[in-house]
Write a protein that binds this ligand. Structure first.
Ligand code: FES
Length: 204
């Protein structure tokens, strides 16, 4: 029996039909791929969020984050610096050009000094009894003095003695309307002779 040949129109319709079926299959596959990828991305994102949340890294508190210092912990101008242990810094409230042993000037205010010694990283304590006469600054009593190799810094963190390569580093400080301070321990600037000029005016 002779098989009937489809007309040209019917053949064109069949081809078009097959093309549309193939296109539908391809778009289903693409959709599946996108869905799997999106699912994976969401899972990884959720895991990362959980990790950050667990270790409290998204908004760090304590060292690395912003420390709010209440006014009662802020020293009065000219008083001994306050140790703020949770942020690893000293708060110095300079009276005028106090601590400016390099002669750069300065009108006083608040400095947050990172307590890590720029030499080899020891924690630098405040020594209220150390007499500057021992380091060629007679008449000034009270210095930051590193216990490891003796680097000695003024209350503005200026190095006057010892192997440290620079003054103590400073942290970003802002003064709030209630006289508390925000010290950003994640924003640390290398110490320099201009440390006294970095002090934030403060009328506590
Ligand atoms: S670590 Fe401070 S002077 Fe060496």
């Amino acid at each position: 029996m002779t098989q009937m040949q489809p007309s040209a129109g019917a053949a064109a319709r069949r081809i078009e039909h097959a093309r549309q079926a193939e296109a539908r299959k391809l778009s289903r596959r693409s959709f599946l791929r996108v869905s799997v990828f999106a699912g994976l991305t969401l899972s990884v994102g959720a895991m990362a969020a959980g990790f950050l949340g667990f270790f409290n890294l998204r908004k760090p508190t304590g060292f690395g984050g912003v420390i709010t210092v209440v006014p009662a912990r802020v020293p009065k101008a000219g008083e001994e610096p306050s140790r703020i242990s949770e942020g690893k810094f000293w708060l110095s409230n300079l009276a005028g050009a106090q601590g400016d042993v390099a002669g750069v000037g300065g009108t006083g205010g608040i400095l947050a000094l990172y307590w890590k010694c720029p030499h080899l990283g020891c924690t630098v304590p405040w020594n209220p009894a150390f007499n500057g006469a021992a380091v060629n600054f007679p008449g000034i009593v009270g210095w930051f003095r590193c216990p490891c190799h003796g680097s000695t810094y003024s209350r503005a963190g200026i190095r006057v003695y010892g192997p440290a390569p620079r003054p103590m580093d400073t942290m970003a400080v802002s003064v709030n309307s209630d006289k508390s301070l925000n010290v950003n321990t994640g924003v640390i600037t290398s110490g320099g002779p201009d440390n006294p000029l970095r002090a934030k005016p403060y009328s506590g």
